[in-house]
Ligand binder design. Structure first.
Ligand SMILES: NC(=O)c1ccc[n+]([C@@H]2O[C@H](COP(=O)([O-])OP(=O)(O)OC[C@H]3O[C@@H](n4cnc5c(N)ncnc54)[C@H](OP(=O)(O)O)[C@@H]3O)[C@@H](O)[C@H]2O)c1
Length: 325
């Protein structure tokens, strides 16, 4: 009989969940195995995980019954929601409730809930510094996750509340890479002045999460924050310049300007960056680099991540035209 403890991973084909799966699968003698949850067991990414040794189980986090089946017999569950698929904080809350209820009903022993700050604790809705969005949020994709913490607490399951950070990969996949200005120069644009941005290689989230599962009771009932580095926008631009071999300048716009960029989610992200900027000590303080390295000694700083992945960052050869480099 296989005595290994099962870790069920929501979003297994995605950035966070994929990292959790690979961290567990790599540690062959570690006493854990992976149940990778996906909506489509036949996808290329699911098949890749299967080849690495994961059990593949189909689930939709909007369907509580499918979650209960998927969590059955699992020791641990990595729970995450997918705001950018639907832009609905209410949906995230409902999905978090489905996961918390399913984990409780299935008798899961340790949940890691991938959460973020409910920024309304620092910026109440009547605070005029930033606009209220969707009627009752300041940073919708943060606030709903923070609000959902209580659902996991109320479920009674031993839970670790994992505060993640800005993925360095946002420069590749999320349109945040360098853009060429009218003057022909390359710029990264962040509304953060000279404040620090805690960030992380998304794969490192999984390594930290696996370490937390391994440490078990030490981290249940606790909130832990992780980051691989706390660079300023200026430091990121300098590191990009060194890595890409062309000068990248830092365009420090105001949050108002950023909110007005008009792409889907621009207001939410403008408020998010303003929160990072105005509450730098809170945000960085919750994501100690030393603590993060104690969980994952191979944690990548921005420079280290650039050395591995810088060539995947799309760079515009002329304004508006990104080159595959
Ligand atoms: N970008 C950042 O800097 C950053 C930083 C911190 C936190 N976050 C948060 O990270 C979350 C997203 O996590 P991620 O980046 O790991 O996502 P991701 O890479 O976009 O992956 C999402 C995966 O989840 C699965 N999925 C989507 N909807 C599902 C559903 N209804 N039921 C079951 N599975 C579903 C999809 O897999 P299948 O198609 O195989 O089902 C997909 O591969 C967001 O809520 C975001 O706010 C992002």
């Amino acid at each position: 009989m296989d005595e290994k403890k099962i870790i069920a991973v929501v979003g297994a084909t995605g950035a966070q969940g994929g990292g959790v799966c690979r961290a567990v699968l790599k540690d062959v003698g570690g006493g854990y195995r992976v149940r990778a949850l996906t909506r489509n067991a036949g996808s290329g990414k699911a098949k890749e995980l299967e080849k690495l040794g994961a059990e593949i189980v189909e689930v939709d986090i909007d369907d509580g019954e499918s979650l209960k089946r998927a969590f059955h017999g699992a020791h641990g569950a990595y729970c995450v929601t997918f705001f950018w698929e639907h832009f609905s904080p209410e949906k995230e809350l409902a999905e978090a409730k489905n996961m918390a209820d399913a984990a409780r009903d299935a008798g899961v022993r340790h949940v890691i809930w991938s959460t973020l700050e409910d920024t309304r604790q620092w910026v109440p809705l009547d605070d005029p510094r930033m606009p209220t969005l969707l009627g009752k949020y300041k940073v919708p994709h943060f606030d709903a996750k923070g609000e959902a913490n209580r659902l996991f607490s109320a479920s009674g399951i031993p839970t670790t509340f994992l505060l993640t950070s800005f993925y360095w990969e946002n420069l590749i996949h999320f349109g945040m890479g360098p853009k060429r200005g009218e003057d022909g120069n390359l710029y990264i644009t962040l509304p953060m002045g000279d404040k620090k941005l805690p960030g992380i290689a998304s794969e490192d989230i999984g390594k930290c999460a696996y370490a937390i599962f391994r440490k078990g009771g030490e981290f249940t009932g606790r909130t832990v924050g992780i980051a691989g580095g706390h660079p300023t926008g200026g430091q990121m631009a300098a590191a990009l310049t060194r890595a890409l071999g062309e000068e990248i300048r830092y365009n420090a716009v105001s949050p108002e300007v950023y909110r007005g960029f008009g792409f889907p989610g621009a207001e939410d992200l403008g408020n998010m960056f303003q929160f990072y900027r105005d509450f730098e000590s809170v945000f960085c303080g919750a994501r100690s680099l030393e603590f993060s390295r104690s969980l994952n000694p191979a944690m990548r700083s921005f420079e280290e991540w650039l050395a591995e992945h810088g060539d995947r960052i799309p760079v515009e050869t002329v304004p508006g035209r990104a080159s595959g480099r």
